[in-house]
Design a binder for this molecule. Structure first.
Ligand code: FES
Ligand code: FES
Length: 130
């Protein structure tokens, strides 16, 4: 019949530090996965700007990462694809129609500044970084 079995493996009592280390590694790889240290590159969503009617006083979130399916605005893909990037929040000062950048290479975000006409953007593949 023998002795009753200990509730945990005897290894745990002999080498508890090994288990703690194992657990810590587990948590840090989980953190790396969800919070990457270096942000991903923006990708070219489209190669022409999108005209939108902005309403004075309203706040918009322009997609920085290029992965949104609701260009030129953010749909949360930057988070779900763990890019480490965030959208650009801006408030419209007046009601007007503007051309917002979708190639993500503009020097004047969120507005199109014509950079999409450059050879670099035109040669790039949609969905890839420059
Ligand atoms: Fe691109 Fe949010 S989906 S910034
Ligand atoms: Fe990006 Fe025009 S669409 S600069």
């Amino acid at each position: 019949h023998g002795f009753p079995r200990p509730p945990l493996s005897t290894d745990f009592f002999l080498f508890p530090h090994v288990f703690c280390l194992y657990q810590r590694r587990d948590i840090s790889s989980w953190l790396d996965r969800w919070f990457p240290k270096a942000p991903a590159k923006s990708v070219v969503a489209l190669k022409t700007p999108i005209k939108v009617n902005l309403v004075a006083g309203k706040t918009y979130r322009w997609c920085v990462c290029g992965r949104s399916k609701k260009q030129p605005f953010c749909d949360g893909s930057h988070f779900f694809q763990r890019t480490g990037l965030s959208p650009l929040k801006f408030k419209a000062q007046e009601t007007r129609t503007v051309a917002l950048c979708t190639c993500k290479a503009t020097q004047r975000p969120p507005y199109c500044d014509g950079t999409h006409r450059s050879e670099q953007v035109q040669k790039a593949e949609v969905g890839s970084p420059l």
